[in-house]
Design a protein around this ligand. Structure first.
Ligand SMILES: Cc1cc2nc3c(=O)[nH]c(=O)nc-3n(C[C@H](O)[C@H](O)[C@H](O)COP(=O)(O)OP(=O)(O)OC[C@H]3O[C@@H](n4cnc5c(N)ncnc54)[C@H](O)[C@@H]3O)c2cc1C
Length: 390
């Protein structure tokens, strides 16, 4: 099986260690081909726990959850290769991997040595699960408007408010929560707090999604937290959240690429064997047009992802627009690719739990989370309309 495109990996964006990682990932995916079927009977929350543990044991989480040198960032090209491979295999594997990385980032990048020692080793091994709680019902795209409040009281904080759309919310052992701490207006007055799931006054309310996963709102009512719950500097939470989301944004493009590779394989397998009007479906002009469009989308996405990931890793300034281009192009185009697969299957592509039907449900969220397509367009337009720097 060839998962990655060797002609992309050979480009100067990638180094020897990425070639080795890609080979390891291909071998792992090949060995675990039956994983989605083997765990079919598990509910999504149990699957989240099992998959997180498996990713820890396989060593993939080490690439997302940095070990011991504070403020060190993950290698984005590695993150992208891993997400491409996991999304190719199973939506929930990619979900478990990316959410663990996102949830660990506030502590791994900005936490104190004591906080890091307490949480990071177990997260790297998949023994402890995290969640990143930013969004609220009135502030998803606009985090600066969030209302959850952590008020200083005595030697600690009292946290009140509701977070929603929280991945891993029902199964997380702890949450990195962005809350208003009042150092300034809007985005200037937010901080990250580390909140164990066992905290008194925290209630989880499950949410069912189109493509099911461990997902919930978190209600905080008079939650008492020690002063040591504060992650990093007070008032810096908005900057931290932006840095984390910027870095992970390009990896969403890589995940979309993995879904598209699965879709492409599904489309070619099906149209090679399906008979229509005396020939194979793959020989018709309509199918040629669809397959060539899919193939073009795979290549353009892989190139945009590789460029943005390489720019992050090599310290190029102002990569936000390139990361947004990668995410926007990858995720908008992936919806078209998957829609074409459903069309090639006809009614068979709409049968519950068929591969096209699963892909159709799984791909939709990528245009919404970590910045909607419209927000990506605003970032790109902002960059092109800025006067050139000298
Ligand atoms: C599967 C999934 C997992 C998620 N996981 C997490 C998680 O783990 N933690 C977390 O904190 N959040 C999570 N989210 C929430 C996600 O980050 C938000 O859904 C996203 O930021 C969009 O916010 P919203 O849903 O409130 O939509 P809104 O921000 O209300 O947007 C609604 C519409 O308005 C448009 N819009 C918004 N602002 C503007 C503007 N200024 N100009 C023009 N149009 C605009 C948007 O593009 C969109 O079309 C998750 C969401 C999904 C779907």
């Amino acid at each position: 099986m060839t998962l990655f495109d060797p002609s992309i990996l050979r480009l100067p964006f990638y180094e020897e260690r990425h070639h080795a990682l890609a080979a390891d990932l291909e071998a792992w995916v090949e060995r675990h081909r039956q994983l989605p079927h083997e765990h079919r009977a598990l509910d999504v929350e149990e699957k989240g726990r099992v998959y997180t543990r498996l990713l820890g044991e396989a060593g993939w989480l080490r690439h997302a959850v940095e070990a011991d040198s504070g403020r060190q960032r993950p290698d984005v090209r590695s993150l992208c290769l891993i997400r491409e491979a996991l999304a190719f295999l199973d939506d929930l594997l990619d979900f478990a991997f990316s959410i663990q990385g996102l949830a660990a980032a506030p502590l791994a990048w900005y936490g104190s040595p004591e906080q890091r020692a307490c949480v990071i080793p177990a997260m790297r091994e998949g023994r402890s699960i995290g969640a990143l709680a930013l969004s609220e019902s009135e502030s998803g795209s606009n985090l600066a408007a969030l209302k959850s409040q952590a008020v200083r009281e005595g030697a600690g904080y009292v946290l009140d408010g509701t977070k929603t759309w929280i991945s891993n919310g029902p199964i997380a052992d702890h949450h990195a929560v962005l809350a208003r701490t009042g150092e300034g207006p809007g985005g200037l007055g937010l901080s990250f707090l580390w909140v164990p799931a066992s905290t008194s006054g925290l209630r989880t309310e499950r949410i069912d999604l189109l493509a099911p996963r461990a997902f919930s709102s978190l209600h905080f009512s008079q939650c008492l937290l020690p002063a040591t719950a504060l992650i990093g500097e007070p008032g810096k939470g908005f900057i931290y959240a932006t840095e984390i989301l910027d870095l992970y944004r390009v990896s969403v493009g890589a995940a979309a690429l993995g879904f598209c590779r699965r879709a492409m394989r599904c489309a070619t397998d099906w149209s090679r064997q399906r008979n229509v009007a005396g020939s194979k479906l793959i020989q018709t002009q309509f199918t040629i047009e669809k397959l060539s469009g899919m193939s073009l989308h795979l290549d353009t996405t892989a190139l945009l992802v590789a460029r943005a990931a390489w720019e992050f890793d090599t310290g190029v300034r102002d990569v936000a627009a390139h990361a947004s281009m990668a995410k926007l192009h990858a995720t908008d185009g992936a919806s078209r690719v998957v829609d074409d697969v459903v069309q090639l299957f006809g009614a068979a592509g709409l049968v519950a739990d068929s591969e096209p039907e699963q892909l159709f449900r799984q791909i939709r969220a990528l245009r919404i989370y970590e910045g909607t397509s419209e927000i990506q367009k605003m970032i790109i337009a902002g960059a092109v309309s800025r006067p050139p720097s000298r």
